[in-house]
Design a protein. Sequence first.
Length: 220
Amino acid sequence: MTRPLTAAQRRMIEAADPGTGRLKGTEAQLTALVKRGLAFRHPRPPHDHFLTPAGHRAREAAQAQAEPSEPSDPSEPQAPASTVGVFAARAGGEPVLRAAEGPARTREVRSAWQGMLELRRMTNPDASTDRPCAWERTHLVQAAALALEAAGHRPAGAAEGEDGYRVRETPQPDAVAVHAPDAPTLRACVETLEASGWQAGEYTEPRTRRRYVLASPRRV
């Protein structure tokens, strides 16, 4: 179970620069956020620390908690408190609480995608935001799923055969497969991934004859 943030860590995250996500704090405090995946140390001098997409999500969650919200229906299942501040892109096929849907999820996805673009700007050698960064290349499924969800595509539900995209690992170490219920949706996924800095093309599975997308992060 993820340990909750300390009060000092919450204050640091909330005080991060709104535009760049730059953090201020002691070396020990910053290192602790890096270990939790909420911050990263820039490889070039002066080696400042910045929020990762998860860090941006944690700040968004803290801001949402500080704002008044509409009363919830007591009959609705509520997300466990331990999930607050943790964002996970939906690859499709995972069970989702109804309480985690709607405008709140839209805000979460938007914040995570903006954080990803900032991470690209800070870590790509030429500060480019039009192609994936090193983090995305080591988290292919999560990165592709975030790009799709941020563009408004709907992930498949937990039931087998339920409509929506599904992002899955492949035997290729630098590529993911994207499955969709019909040709127009599959083509729309290709267009979204290409616009997000991925190389994507449609292929046919030899055994089932089903069409799917094979996508990998563009390098140039």
